[in-house]
Design a protein around this ligand. Sequence first.
Ligand code: PEP
Ligand code: MN
Length: 338
Amino acid sequence: MIIITQPAVTDAQIDHIVARIEEFGLRPQVMRGETRVVIGVIGPDDLIRGKPIAAIPGVESVVPVMKPYKLVSQENGSLPPPVSIGGVKIGSGQRVVLISGPCSVESKQQLLSIANSVKNAGARVLRGGAFKPRTSPYSFQGLGEDGLRFLAEARAETGLPIITEIMDTRDLPVIEKYADCLQIGARNMQNFALLKEVGRSRLPVLLKRGLSATINDLLMSAEYVLSEGNPNVLLCERGIRTFETMTRNTLDLNAVPILKAKTRLPVVVDPTHGIGLRDYVPQMALAAVAAGADALMIEVHNEPERARSDGEQALRPEIFTDLVRRIRAVAEAVGREL
Ligand code: PEP
Ligand code: MN
């Protein structure tokens, strides 16, 4: 950490800053410039973290040297291990993985139909919500454990591993019985109790970016999961709230290269929630691959006009099939493969 002092700092204030740093068990190194004094703070990161140094009189600003998300950070050294969802590896560098399925599991027949379609099209992981975070308490809330059972049946029939959302710490045991990957939805990205709980799970966690969360917020939330011992986290950009009302959200593709540079975790893009309008999902899916996404999560429904959630943004299976062909072409153009 580096401390920059105020221009009018007095010698007494500098002595006081130095004394405080030593009191914290850290080593100060004072460098006197023409107008300012800069003080380097040397010591273990754990001792430096959280100290109220900016509150000491005469301090103008404090510049951390280490990133606050130390486990998630690229600075952590070793190359990122790909995260495995039921044997499907995401983040291996070369391969783009497609995760697809309905927003909500609605019936066994609906799920099996969609699961078979997306599998035949080239998806390698099946998604489907059994516990749904709905804006209105009167909207369909998901089938709960029945939905999880249908997901497990779809896995048995297609061989696709399954990912489903967890909203409540109390549901972890039942979801762990069926799922291959836990999804933390945008609305729960900063539910720290839930993050800690899934941090103790053996299952990988797909963490969606919050509606108004910065990239740094997302990384700090991922740090919660890793700090509890679960290293298998996937970061998902799914659009953020902006002033724009023409689309449901604004898909922040800026986040993709930034996350790839700053972290060792695989990056997933959800163009479906990102734009929220089925006609434009394919374009954003292609752009996400070009931007460097390790995986895409795309909602597909066999009868979007009958969907119990997010029908307006779901692709019909035949549109998804056509999109996969184009995703493959873009992937190859940027040196990747499907
Ligand atoms: C979903 O994946 O269906 C969902 C609810 O996503 P988000 O949390 O990104 O809104
Ligand atoms: Mn949805």
